[in-house]
Write a protein of this length. Structure first.
Lengths: 202, 202, 202, 202
DNA sequence: GATGAATGAGCCTTCATTCAT
DNA sequence: CATGAATGAAGGCTCATTCAT
């Protein structure tokens, strides 16, 4: 049947596309944007020419993957906002999620790392904008949390920056070595949690 | 006087060398090893060929700067060990120093970052070895500090990894943007300080 | 048929390889190792980059061709040794062959000439070793031939050197100009043939 | 006295010039035209810049030396022509001289060799023209000598070419290795001497 | 006159991209 | 759809030449 054959062909096509993207993600995560097209093709097990049937350029692949990575991080933001909880609780939840994502999917965050510091200016700009969004959200939650006494005192900008920096550092840590101990989110949260009050009310 | 003229020429030469190294540091810090010789020459305000009077290759420049960066980090380690103080105090001192160095000289640490994750295997290995030394020292101080109650509870490996990751993240943060709030060391130390005791002695 | 198509492609590939080698031989023979990759590519009618699909470097091409040339000369040596004839006859046969080879394939011997006097130390050493082998064989045959009265008197080392020098000179002569008269081997052999005896026995 | 001081200065200048030429000759003879200006300056013990006070370019040095070498060979030609002797005698004298010159001054002839086969077209052309002159003279003497029975039979062009080739080969031989046996001119002359007559008149 | 720093053109090589099959 | 040959634009490096001192 024509339709089925078309579908099957389309499936095949889609699979190749995914195949190349998967290879690209692995290779770009490891080597950054200086990974060659030959690397990617080899990792995908296809010819170099074929990649150009699916993507217009190496940069397109990179951009696609970069966007994916940026959005992977962003998805959580929205999710957390909707949770019915106090600012502090949402803050802790958000940070915990972020830490855990970096432990779970180092490849994506290693890639994001390259994007944040790489040469493609517009990509970097957009990734940095996302990060700024994220930091802004952190800041907001921190300010609110501090008002309620759920979050430790301290300059909110510095606290937000500390968390953001920590997350980048963890992404690298995860990427580097499977072997290293990866810190629990709880350790990170110590930077935000208020000290136990003297009367131990908590 | 002959000597004076020679000295002046030698000075000039030495200045150019420094000039090229400075340019190289800036450019490599920003772009990593894929920075172009043309980039470096332009940043130094000299022709591309001239750099080769002072350095045999682009790699030589990179290695020289990489070594410098690796050693800049290492210098502090020794210093802190000699301070007559408890393990906890030395730990806090060390971390404080490290945080402040990253705030003060982001370029060097950005470069170190590239070295730690770049393609030059032997350089990376040596930089990672240094980092492992550092993490090991952190761990030792943490264990001792915990014994004395100066350091918060928690898996020492995770705590050490958290600090190491934080420092990498801060290096990147500092490099990215002069404008961002840079966290005080005290915020980082929250991950290590024990909670206030219930009797509120403090 | 798949196989046929593969074969055809493989043939094409092999042809290009040969094409580039042919061009390289011509260009290196004329200009020596300082011939440009651009020269070779132009002579082969291909882009400069393409040569690197077939050879890792300019030097690899040069070495390949140099080896070929060295062995082309050496092949004759073995052949002549097996001929069942007197030393003198084999000597004359060998020299005749060598002269004729230089007339027939000036390019190869011009290249050999560059190898013998060029900058690539190991290549030159191996080519000179071959030449020493050859000169040694000449000397042996001369000594034996003199014992039998088939070869003219004279210091065997000098005679061998004279023949070796003559062959180099002929290689150059042939390379320079197709137009020049090329001496018959018989003229060269005059340096080796004994004078007619007074009784005209010969 | 002004004049004397000028002379002394001029002497000094002339010495430097000679110094650089001597260095250039040695270096060009060994490496050919690909010898670098740095090589020459180092061999002369002067700075690279100084060479440009005496010569406009590396090529000028090379040309000057090449001309010298070409003329060194040519000088003999004229001399031999004036000798009151038969054609055959003059031929043998000429060839003997040429062989001995190559043994005595390999450097010059090694250089000449580079000129004859190098890339500078006009130089090569002029050197080849000289060589053609020489070969022409040889031919003339051969033809005359054959008429008188002083020179062996054979195509004069081939005989002349054989001698010319031999001389090139000897130049290389001399250049290559001090150690090798260098053939007496008498061996070379065997190609030209008539066979002993049956009546043993000689 | 002499030095050595400085320049810029050219060569080898790599790699993203295109094209014939 | 798929392959791999082919191209051309950089990038690293060398070296003849010029220039300030």
């Amino acid at each position: 049947m024509v339709h089925s054959s078309n579908s099957r062909r389309a499936d095949r096509t889609e699979q190749q596309r995914e195949n190349i993207l998967r290879a690209g993600r692995a290779v770009f995560a490891e080597r950054g944007p200086r990974a060659t097209m030959a690397d990617i093709a080899a990792a995908a097990g296809v010819s170099q020419g074929l990649a150009y049937r699916y993507f217009a350029s190496k940069e397109e692949i990179y951009r696609y993957l970069a966007d994916q990575a940026v959005q992977a991080g962003a998805a959580e933001l929205a999710g957390v906002q909707d949770v019915p909880a106090t600012a502090g609780e949402r803050l802790f939840l958000l940070v915990t999620k972020m830490v855990e994502m970096r432990a779970a999917d180092p490849e994506t965050f290693r890639l994001l790392d390259h994007v944040l510091h790489g040469a493609a200016d517009d990509l970097r700009a957009s990734a940095q904008a996302r990060r700024a969004d994220f930091t802004g959200l952190l800041r907001t939650l921190i300010v609110e949390g501090q008002r309620d006494g759920e979050v430790a005192a301290g300059d909110p900008d510095q606290l937000a920056a500390a968390i953001a920096a920590m997350l980048e550092g963890l992404a690298r840590l995860a990427a580097d070595s499977e072997r290293t101990a990866f810190p629990d989110a709880e350790i990170v949260l110590r930077m935000l949690r208020p000290p136990a009050t003297a009367d131990g009310a908590a």
